[in-house]
Design a binder for this molecule. Structure first.
Ligand code: GLY
Ligand code: MN
Ligand code: MN
Length: 444
């Protein structure tokens, strides 16, 4: 199983501590367990920032980073081992495991945090935390600070500055290391297999969920614990609903099906969209729209390289799509004017992509000082143009209505351009039709 090596977590902690102001402390809580209903919990997913710095997979844990602390800079609070709880719920690292397997310099039971943490904070000038994202944790933090304040008359020194950790940490997360790209390649590989399997299984008379089952099968078989986000399996006019998740409609002859799905490996997402005809053959109108989206994506790839800015790829897709919609008679007017008036938004209403990483819509600023961010080696993003012709769009001929096409790939910026991680999922009309025809022959 491909995963982030332990040494990398240590490197990240060091890199973060090197950027913290002198005499400061950083405190991050693990994700809480979410209740699904009554005694049933949602599958646990660690908080991405917490995971990024620790690789520690358990809930009820708190990372404390204390640059320069003589007794160790990395302290982890976590659950104690407990034979009975472990019999019911599974093994715990405990404090020994936290030190032995997860690189903590010191580890304490989470139940002792109220007694110990104020002493670690005391005397530090600044506290870094993800303020505002976890109200309960923010409240705890203030309680710990108040413990120190209440002892001020005895000489205790409470910190004076509270700093949002996000800025430092999220900028680090934006630049993917070689190890991260390797994990993202693996997530992409498995997700490509899943899309291929769904294409091969596609038949008139099945349901959207039939194809979702094929995706899930490949995700789990590849070792992914879960999809990186709720899979979108949208047949026919459902393809025009951008975040469709009902996934229960029948697959009809003559319709397209749009699948936006990717798995997560070691907390790294992939995010792929493919659109294909349910019956294996594109109609002329479907093909025209599909080829246009594909051409716009190709134009976008050419705008992803160091020193190009974030919005150039989006602008490229807008120009190609607007020009194509005019050529097809779906928009009327001058291309430059249609771009300026954003007329294309009736068909292409979202952006061409987003940062990709531990979160599918990953952290990282898109603008710096009011200007679009300049791309650098190691940044990962999606490229996902689409055209959606609303079923009730009376401004276009009937034959176009209800067609929804999106094509989405994942890329990492390289020295000379970008590496496309998701080439394994077929994309040209010829490739898709050939793959589906072969699957149908095989099944007959
Ligand atoms: N699957 C969500 C997105 O493509 O942004
Ligand atoms: Mn996406
Ligand atoms: Mn997507």
């Amino acid at each position: 199983m491909i995963h982030i090596p332990k040494t990398e977590y240590a490197r990240r902690r060091k890199a973060l501590m090197a950027q913290m102001e002198p005499n400061s402390i950083a405190i991050l809580p693990a994700a809480a367990v979410a209740i699904r209903n009554r005694d049933v919990e949602h599958v646990y997913r660690q908080d991405s920032d917490f995971q990024y710095l620790s690789g520690f997979p358990e809930p009820q844990a708190v990372i404390v980073l204390l640059p320069g602390r003589a007794h160790g800079e990395y302290v982890l609070f976590c659950r104690e081992r407990n034979a009975e709880r472990e019999l019911w719920d599974g093994l715990r690292a405990g404090q020994e495991g936290a030190i032995r397997d997860f690189g903590a310099d010191d580890a304490f039971p989470i139940n002792d945090i109220d007694d110990i943490l104020p002493g670690l904070i005391e005397g530090r000038d600044r506290v870094y935390s993800a303020m505002g994202s976890n109200a309960e944790f923010d409240r705890h933090l203030m309680e710990w600070i108040n413990v120190i304040r209440s002892k001020a008359h005895l000489g205790a020194q409470p910190p004076n500055e509270f700093v949002a950790l996000d800025h430092l940490l999220h900028d680090m997360r934006l630049y993917k290391s070689a190890a991260e790209v390797k994990v993202m390649r693996e997530a992409a590989r498995i997700s490509c297999q899943a899309h291929i399997r769904a294409m091969q299984a596609s038949r008139v008379g099945l349901y959207e969920y039939s194809l979702e089952a094929e995706l899930d099968y490949e995700f789990r078989k590849g070792g992914a614990k879960m999809p990186a986000y709720g899979s979108i399996v949208a047949a026919g006019r459902n393809g025009c609903i951008l975040h469709y998740q009902q996934n229960d409609a029948p697959l009809k002859d003559g319709d397209l099906v749009l699948i936006d799905a990717g798995c997560e490996i070691d907390c790294y997402a992939s995010d792929i969209t493919r659109t294909w005809p349910v019956n294996g053959r594109f109609s002329p109108e479907q093909k025209a729209i599909y080829e246009l989206v594909l051409a716009s994506q190709v134009a976008a790839f050419a705008e992803i390289a160091p020193n190009k800015h974030w919005n150039q790829a989006h602008e490229a897709t807008v120009r190609v799509i607007t020009t194509g919609l005019v050529a097809l008679g779906l928009l009327q007017g001058e291309v430059d004017e249609l771009i300026a008036s954003e007329a294309y938004k009736a068909f292409y209403m979202h952006r061409a992509g987003h940062w990709l990483g531990m979160d599918v819509h990953d952290v990282g600023e898109y603008k710096v000082g009011g200007e679009w961010r300049v791309l650098e080696v190691g940044m990962a993003l999606t490229v996902e143009p689409g055209i959606y012709i609303a079923p009730d769009n009376l401004n276009v001929a009937k034959k176009w209505r209800g067609i929804g096409v999106r094509i989405e790939d994942d890329v990492v910026v390289t020295k000379n351009g970008c590496e496309i991680l998701t080439l394994g999922a077929p994309k040209s009309v010829a490739e898709i039709e050939a793959l589906m025809a072969a699957a149908q022959v095989h099944a007959a």
